[in-house]
Design a protein around this ligand. Sequence first.
Ligand SMILES: Nc1ncnc2c1ncn2[C@@H]1O[C@H](COP(=O)(O)OP(=O)(O)O)[C@@H](O)[C@H]1O
Ligand SMILES: [Mg+2]
Length: 255
Amino acid sequence: MIGVGISMAKRIRIKTGIDGVDELIEGGMPEYSQVLLAGGPGSGKTLMCFEYLYKSAHNGDTAILFSFEEDTKNIVANAKDAFTEFTDIDELIESKKLIIYGSEMSRAYMSRGEEKPRFAFSEMLTQLESLVASSGALRIAIDSISVIKLFIRDAFEYRDLSVSLISMLKRLKVTSIITMEMATPEKSSLIFEPEFFIYDGLIVMYSTGGSESRTPAIEVIKMRGSAHSFATVPYEITSGGINLLVLAGRSNRSR
Ligand SMILES: Nc1ncnc2c1ncn2[C@@H]1O[C@H](COP(=O)(O)OP(=O)(O)O)[C@@H](O)[C@H]1O
Ligand SMILES: [Mg+2]
């Protein structure tokens, strides 16, 4: 049969920069991947996006965060509070290596006062595309896609818009993390939403264990082009970044 035996060229890997996560996915996300990061409230999605972009910028690659949820000042203040070892955040922002567009930008496209809430999504995508193209950024995070779901209730329209977002990001040749709020942080109640499957990768942040002792843990459900781990790995949020605790019998604290 034609096609059998064709081996795929080795894909370039883009590091998430998160201690332990890259080890789960063969060294990083395949270049140009659009990866969905799903988790409950407070699981650390925004901080993980920030760490990915911060590390990229710190290593010389321009990175942009588009937040639909929080304003720029809050995002930076929270990240500085959590990650006190990231001492050059201000310099990276000043030099436009790390660019943060808070909800001030996306709010301009949302209106609630009319009969029906409206989100001018296509117009916003056009602006997003030109901002990414003019900055030369290669690493993007969008936090979170769930806000869009609040405005666009029709499941087919939501899926179509998600597909256009992903196509745009692929056209721009960026490697992105896009977050999604899960209704529950419990691993046992994870529901696979239809739109999960349009992304190249899916990483989930859960709370595991009973109500008495909750442990946050991370799992890679899908990563196209990667023989990824299926382990559910506990993590902690430390002043030096998010840190997966145990992987293949060793601590990931050591760098
Ligand atoms: N200074 C800190 N030290 C340790 N953990 C922190 C600190 N600041 C925030 N966190 C943790 O990060 C969580 C918020 O992370 P965030 O990325 O905003 O969550 P999400 O975006 O998933 O809602 C908090 O609930 C807390 O557990
Ligand atoms: Mg958040």
